[in-house]
Ligand binder design. Structure first.
Ligand code: F6R
Length: 260
């Protein structure tokens, strides 16, 4: 796992955007894995800026979302499909039908996860998966206790996550109890995992994810199993890590030919 510590979320966004730009430029049909929530927003802003000002094109790309609330009808403003359209995909030149999300309003919700995993596999798998981490250690919506081998399926949100996400709804009562989420095993199949975190409130969970034991009780720790995982942190999110001197030293001495 590579740990990159930067002064601000904007510095992180610029490095991640470089990596995505490199992917778009080198693949005929790149597949992006997109996360919602606050953490990736600076990345999306930077990608939109490059699209508008420098002509960076996503026309040949496809994208898969990590997760979706169950029970929000298509077009609901807080469904992740709508959120990602508003914050990123609707602002660049990716075709709308090239963006897929788990169908949280499916009449056959029990098998919707299987169909989603099959769609990802049929597309050739995800090249670069963006991730954030929740204060309880969840990635996508794999709450503590999620199997490290889990596939896309229905999960029940913890009260903590519902409270954390209440800021996007009128009240916490409006936050759905259930979600469809890529499983930890599904996420591990992406070729490159890129997790971004910033702010003091993520410091404890980041330390558990990076330097703690591999455990279903910190689902983010599953990144320790991935051969190509990059974790980008601002100073506050990195503040409880013990091995920071080495992370900074190795990034400073990164060979020129080696990308993220
Ligand atoms: C959302 C997702 C979640 C968020 C996590 C952190 O698609 O996958 O795991 O990344 O809840 O959310 P923020 O970034 O809002 O702190």
């Amino acid at each position: 796992m590579e740990i990159v510590i930067q002064p601000t979320a904007e510095d992180i966004a610029s490095i991640v955007a470089d990596s995505i730009e490199q992917l778009l430029g080198s693949h005929e049909a790149p597949i992006l894995g997109l996360a919602t929530g606050s953490s990736p927003l600076p990345v999306y802003r930077e990608l939109v800026r490059r699209h508008v000002e420098q002509g960076m094109s996503f026309a040949h790309a496809r994208a898969f979302l990590l997760d979706e609330y169950v029970g929000l009808p298509a077009g609901h403003p807080e469904s992740y499909r709508e959120v990602i359209r508003r914050e990123f995909t609707g602002l660049v030149d990716i075709t709308d039908d090239h963006v897929q999300s788990p169908d949280g309003f499916s009449a056959e919700i029990a098998t919707a996860g299987e169909r989603y995993d099959a769609a990802i596999a049929a597309a050739g798998g995800i090249d670069l998966q963006l991730l954030g981490i929740g204060t309880d250690g969840h990635i996508a919506f794999n709450e503590p206790g999620s199997s490290l081998a889990s596939r896309t399926r229905l999960k029940t949100l913890t009260e903590q996550t519902r409270q954390d996400n209440a800021r996007f709804f009128d009240s916490v009562e409006d936050v759905p109890f259930h979600v469809l989420t890529q499983g930890l095993g599904t996420i591990l199949e992406a070729r490159h995992l890129v997790l971004v975190a910033s702010g003091e409130n993520k410091a404890e969970v980041v330390a558990a994810m990076v330097e703690g034991p591999l455990s279903a009780f910190c689902p983010g720790s599953v990144l320790q199993l991935h051969p190509h995982a990059t974790v980008l942190l601002d100073e506050a999110a990195a503040s409880q890590l013990k091995f920071t001197d080495y992370y900074r030293y190795s990034y400073a001495h990164k060979p020129d030919w080696q990308q993220l």
